[in-house]
Design a protein around this ligand. Structure first.
Ligand code: BGC
Length: 785
């Protein structure tokens, strides 16, 4: 019986697969036909938006348009495609923003967030949701940090991939943005991200690479800024060489809104659609370029073919009659907010709040009534509902507890000391004070960077005053990115709740009152002061250039290297229970880049309540030829454990997890040597570690040229032999037989001079021709790193 069911199941899958392939073939045939019927003007028009939010239809040939809409943590769907949709957007569920989503470290949960957003997109006729944003939080000052996941490329990429897979599972596309090195809002339309190639690959391209390879977003959004001197919208290095050829991206590239400067160059680089509507001028320029032969029609045809593939796919997956599930989605948004809450301090178990511990609670802060729940800019969602903490506490947790409220400060940011006095009074009369504070909306915004990382002075003073009147003071923070906490040692508890979305208040209350055990961990380092941060000297740049001087030492990589203790490290977060790590096992003590490594360990809940632990796996290269960070996050997992329960978790490391990007050879290199594998509860809390010896099997081109130093040629057996063929006897004598003193005397020759200098040094005994010939002979030689 079982066998019959299995066979029928397999037959069904095969039939579906065949039907799918047939459908795709039919679409491709139709597109080929359309390409022969479209005029040049129509083809060019298809490569630009029709209006604010839609692609261009060609009615005469029944080519439909599709709807693109912001994004990312909820839909901002305008009432019509030609309306901007600020203020009059349709209501949709506002989920916690990306910083909060990343603090969950839970890819399954983020997949479900994506899935829900996909359903809501279907309900509102949206074909492509403009998100997620996987740009790296390079500086704490980045105005859009609330909209991005993390300072770490692996965490950002994994979150992005899960989000995309979730949305796209519903037949709705995504737009992975903003490709790439878009890390500053100041002069965002022009700034050049002056980043070296190795850093670009290891940090700023990596999250995009992960998301593209694991999730194939339907679209990628090219950034406003320039990267290594070229606009993101017109860089064939980024759009064609890397995105398409190296990573195998199958979708289309859309420009960020008004990001295109040179339309023809952009099309040649592989940029499909200029968004939003463009003036007739840009289309006319492109048509003219085709006519005068500066833009090949084949280039345009290839773009149009890929655009139509996505348009027809989107249309074929569009569902009619889907309804917004307002209540269900609101409840889910609440759950997500509770999973994101990150407990930073909990002295003497001041949290959770229970009736046994506290009879009177003072709730303080305007945010408790008028919550700050999302960021400023194009991502602003009009929520379907909006909870506030004071009502939730009263209605759901208030039975048998006396609750008082004081405003504490006002949102206009003026310093009203009478509000502080009033709040201090109720705090002194209560058993515990909850101070809701953080960053007002105007402090964090798309288009503007932060000037400092402090909370308003009124919030800081309020917290200090409250803590002098109430020993059980708990600060509940709402902010999209790191803040300083000058009052930290005076308070008993700190709960970071990020920008928790429309149901954030419920999620926060669930954590404060112990219904949910907090399990969020920081996806970004909280520094003690701005002066400690990696990009301090190079943010936001000057004269249109942003020097990425800290290179790949971004976030915890920097704090580790500089031995700076942050306020709270990357990966940190407390729980109401405790966990124990044990039995770290490597599948072998030696391995190769091809074999990789399996790492396992046991995590146990050693406390009294159910909880979730985020286990982080870091890899350190101990013997690298090039400079490398002290350690780098490679894998992570979130495990749920009942009290006393233990689980084995395992991770698979592959060649890339040991590699650096060799900019000279334009490839990833996994060097032989010792690597430390560390299982950690945060970047500063390594629980267990083991060492593995990696033997590389890679064959890497030497890439020696006339500027390579003598010593390099000397170290490699094959090149040394070639060198000896042209070296005059007196040099040979020194380097092969010479005594130590002589070698030291001639050290300049061996260490400080590239080969090109030898004709001068030897007064012509070695000729330029010989150097050139030697370089030529070295071309095919490889080495194992
Ligand atoms: C933002 C994008 C957004 C687009 C459309 C741009 O200014 O950078 O993230 O998707 O506008 O609103």
């Amino acid at each position: 019986m079982k066998k019959i069911v299995l066979i029928s199941f397999l037959v069904l899958i095969t039939m579906n697969l065949k039907a799918q392939i047939q459908k795709e073939n039919d679409i491709q045939k139709k597109i080929t036909q359309l390409l022969s019927e479209l005029t040049i003007e129509e083809k060019v028009a298809l490569c630009s938006g029709r209006d604010d939010w839609s692609t261009k239809p060609i009615d005469r040939l029944d080519i439909p348009w599709i709807w693109l809409s912001d994004g990312p943590h909820g839909l901002r769907r305008a009432p019509a495609t030609n309306k901007p949709g600020y203020g009059d957007q349709l209501p949709a569920t506002c989920f916690p923003t990306a910083s909060a989503l990343a603090a969950t470290w839970d890819t399954d949960l983020i997949y479900k967030v994506g899935q829900t957003l996909g359903e809501e997109s279907q309900a509102q006729g949206v074909n492509i949701l403009l998100g997620p944003g996987v740009n790296i939080k390079r500086s704490v000052l980045g105005g859009r940090n609330f909209e991005y996941f993390s300072e770490d490329p692996i965490l950002s990429g994994e979150m992005g991939a899960a989000f995309i897979n979730g949305v796209q599972s519903q037949g709705v596309g995504t737009s992975l943005k903003h490709f790439t090195a878009n890390n500053v809002e100041t002069m965002r339309m022009y700034n050049n991200s002056n980043v070296d190639t190795r850093t670009l690959h290891e940090i700023y391209l990596r999250p995009f690479e992960i998301a593209v390879k694991k999730a194939q977003p339907w679209t990628v959004m090219a950034c406003y800024n320039r990267v290594q001197g070229e606009y993101g919208t017109q860089s064939s290095y980024l759009l064609t060489d890397i995105l398409k050829k190296n990573w195998g991206f199958k979708g289309i590239v859309v420009s960020d809104w008004f990001a295109v400067v040179d339309r023809v160059k952009a099309m040649k680089a592989g940029m499909h659609i200029e968004m939003p509507r463009v003036s007739a001028i840009n289309n006319a320029i492109a048509v003219e370029a085709i006519h005068n032969g500066t833009l090949d029609i084949e280039v345009v045809d290839a773009l149009v073919k890929e655009i139509l593939t996505i348009v027809f796919k989107a249309k074929s997956l569009q569902k009619e009659g889907v309804k917004l599930a307002i209540e269900k989605d609101h409840a889910f948004a609440r759950k997500v907010a509770s999973e994101a809450a990150t407990l930073l301090k909990n002295e003497n178990d001041v949290l959770p709040i229970t009736k046994e511990k506290y009879k009177k609670i003072a709730v303080i802060g305007e945010f408790a009534k008028d919550p700050r729940y999302q960021g400023n800019g194009s991502s602003q969602v009009k929520p379907t509902k909006l909870d506030n903490i004071i009502d939730i506490i009263k209605n759901e947790y208030g039975e048998g507890i006396e609750i008082s409220y004081a405003q504490g400060y006002n949102l206009s940011d003026d310093h009203d000391t009478s509000l502080i006095e009033e709040a201090k009074k109720i705090a002194g009369q209560a058993d515990v004070a909850l101070v809701f504070s953080g960053l007002p909306l105007q402090y964090e915004s798309e288009g503007i960077d932060r000037k400092h990382i402090n909370m308003p002075a009124s919030h800081n003073q309020l917290i200090n005053e409250i803590s002098s009147a109430q020993k059980n003071t708990i600060v509940v923070l709402t902010n999209g990115s790191a803040v300083t906490m000058p009052w930290l040692s005076n308070v008993s508890g700190v709960l970071e709740t990020w920008l928790g979305g429309q149901a954030g208040a419920g999620g926060i209350a669930d954590v404060l009152f112990g219904k949910v055990n907090p399990s969020g961990k920081l996806a970004e380092t909280f520094p003690k002061r701005l002066e400690d941060t990696p990009a301090f000297f190079n943010f936001p740049g000057e004269q249109g250039d942003v020097l990425y001087g800290e290179r790949f030492f971004v976030g915890y990589r920097y704090y580790d290297e500089r031995k700076i203790t942050p306020l709270f490290p990357f990966g940190y977060g407390l729980s109401y229970t405790t966990f124990e790590y044990s039995d770290l096992m490597l599948s072998s003590k030696t391995t190769t880049d091809k074999e990789g490594l399996t790492v396992s360990l046991i995590v146990k809940n050693t406390g009294k309540v159910k909880g979730k632990e985020i286990v982080q796996l870091y890899v350190s290269d101990k013997e690298s030829t090039l400079q490398r960070p002290e350690k780098e996050l490679k894998k992570f997992i979130k495990v749920t454990l009942e009290p006393g329960e233990e689980k084995k978790v395992s991770f698979q490391l592959d060649s890339r997890d040991f590699s650096y990007f060799d900019a000279k050879r334009n490839r990833w290199v996994a060097e032989s040597g010792a690597y430390v594998i560390a299982a950690a509860a945060s970047s500063r809390d390594i629980k267990l570690s083991e060492t593995v010896q990696l033997k590389s099997t890679q064959k890497i081109p030497l890439a020696f040229d006339e500027y390579t130093f003598f010593i390099e040629y000397w170290k490699n057996e094959q090149t040394r032999a070639l060198l000896l063929e042209i070296m005059p006897n007196w040099i040979k004598g020194i380097v092969t037989e010479g005594n130590e003193a002589e070698i030291r005397e001639y050290q300049d020759f061996m260490v400080e001079h590239p080969l090109i200098k030898y004709p001068y040094i030897t007064h012509g005994e070695i000729t330029h021709e010989q150097v050139k010939a030697l370089v030529e002979k070295c071309k095919g030689i490889t080495y194992t790193p």
